[in-house]
Design a protein around this ligand. Sequence first.
Ligand SMILES: [Zn+2]
Length: 141
Amino acid sequence: MGKKRTIVLKDPKLQRIRNNLRQVLIKAVQDIRHKLRSDINAISRDSEGRLRMNIDDSESVELQRLKDIQYQLNEFTDKSICYCDSCKQINKDMIYNLTLERWYCVECSEEFRDHYFQQEIRKQKGEFLGDYHEYFFKSFA
Ligand SMILES: [Zn+2]
């Protein structure tokens, strides 16, 4: 049973501000993502959009630098509190799952926790659980 951090806002005004801030952050990251993609394409593709075969050393270094930023941005997005890692909604109260290092909305977290306990009961009855991702569901218990 992991420690959990839940962030709940009850005031609708604060919820609106939170949701707007999340939207601004998501939009800013999308803009950076688009800029990165076009910078990467400017180096790696020719004017007709075909992959270039003759990239020189300095271009190769720059390409790697841009791809590193892209990777970090994906990591940042995956771990963001801006949206639930399961349902991707941005207007929810979130719970941090320490095991998975991701934020999930309260509704998804409760659903996964309930599923875990249902599966535990089935397991105790000796039922076959099939392709059940226990590690994932247990992290919500
Ligand atoms: Zn969710």
